[in-house]
Write a protein that binds this ligand. Structure first.
Ligand code: FAQ
Length: 333
């Protein structure tokens, strides 16, 4: 029902020689590291690809509030509750900056939501997994925000100005989120009792591979990477960032006294990085096709929020119309 299956654009990256004069000038601006701004010339496919990526990113931030929002009322202390509440509010803010960035490309917010609700646009697969215990709040902050930062720090240098600028603030906030998650993990895995340590390990076991999936399919299966990297919409390949994440996270797990659930994980002296097992790509494709454990629940929650909020949107539109009418009357006098 909520199909999000991978589809190929089937387009190869064009060489400068094969481009129209306008497209060549555009590509040369990108190659020089210039920022593209909303009113500048851009090829239709650049615009389309950016709307796709920024829209999916915005949806991920908004849907991403759901697994954690569920735990605000059950946080173990007032301080943890305040921190989690602030984090979830930040995610809403990230979604809003990103919707604004997408709107500068000429798509309306109503259309973006419509595409989310009908399954035409994706959100990150990670948010289709349930958060079963308080330790999952630690794992989400540590791993999910950790993976998000790994992917988003390079996007501060993306070619589209409004997207790159939104990323600066988002990354600062994501960094606080990662630390609040790691702090929960320290309390449970390092300083907690045996049962809390077991809960932390269980959360790591369940969130490890879904976090690796956040970076997208392996490079050989990535549909958009080549063109997106040529346009600097994406700064690294999926596998490059996944590897960086593994290399940064394994020592953190060791510090916590937790084991990464991968029997094949080992340090490779030659490459100076960890060898690790790839996620189960069948599971990834299944989650994208709408069959993850929480796909239906997450989309239903978003659709309900949209219809429950209709009266607010209508009220604000009526107020704006009234204000515009009064302004026009004043100007007519
Ligand atoms: N889940 O050709 P590629 C966060 C789709 S924010 C679902 O490699 P691309 C904050 C992809 O869209 C997390 N779909 O695609 C937070 C495409 O389908 P399409 C989100 C996925 O775009 C933390 C198809 O597969 N971050 O977590 C996924 O070059 C905690 C083929 O893939 C961003 O969005 C996936 N994991 O690379 C909030 C960052 N992976 O569109 C709350 C910006 C791939 O053709 C709590 N986005 N697909 O139908 C990106 O960097 C890229 O879009 C990738 C995917 C790397 C996600």
């Amino acid at each position: 029902m909520y199909a999000q299956s991978i589809r190929s654009t089937g387009k190869a990256v064009q060489s400068l020689e094969d481009m129209s004069a306008e497209d060549r000038q555009f590509q040369e601006r990108i190659n020089r590291g210039e920022k593209i701004e909303p009113k500048d010339y851009m090829p239709a496919a650049y615009r389309e690809n950016l709307i796709r990526q920024i829209g999916q990113h915005a949806h991920s931030e908004i849907v991403g509030q759901l697994p954690e929002g569920n735990w605000i009322s059950r946080a173990p202390t007032l301080e943890r509750k305040a921190n989690l509440l602030a984090k979830v509010q930040d995610e809403a803010g990230h979604g809003l900056y990103l919707y604004c960035a997408a709107e500068t490309l000429g798509v309306s917010r109503d259309d973006l939501f419509g595409m989310l609700h009908t399954g035409k646009m994706k959100y990150s697969s990670i948010f289709n997994y349930p958060t079963l215990t308080w330790a999952d709040m630690g794992a989400v902050g540590w791993l999910v925000d950790g993976a998000a930062i790994m992917n988003q720090v390079p996007l501060q240098n993306t070619s589209y100005g409004p997207y790159a600028r939104a990323m600066v603030r988002i990354c600062k906030e994501e960094s606080f989120h990662q630390r609040q998650g790691f702090h929960i993990m320290i309390a449970m895995a390092k300083n907690g009792n045996d049962e809390q340590h077991r809960m932390a390990q269980d959360a790591l076991n369940r969130f490890w591979y879904p976090s690796l999936m956040m970076f997208g399919p392996s490079d050989k299966d990535s549909v958009h990477s080549a063109q997106s990297m040529a346009w600097k919409i994406k700064m690294n390949t999926n596998d490059e960032l996944r590897q960086k994440f593994v290399d940064a996270t394994v020592p953190q797990a060791e510090f916590l006294g937790l084991s990464i659930p991968d029997d094949h994980l080992n340090w490779n002296e030659k490459t100076n990085q960890y060898n690790y097992s790839e996620p189960d790509w069948n599971e990834f494709n299944d989650v994208l096709a709408g069959n993850g454990p929480c796909n239906t629940e997450r989309l239903d929650a978003r659709k309900k929020a949209w219809s429950d909020g209709a009266w607010v949107r209508e009220g604000m539109m009526a107020h704006a119309a009234k204000k515009a009418e009064r302004k026009a009357e004043r100007q007519a006098v």
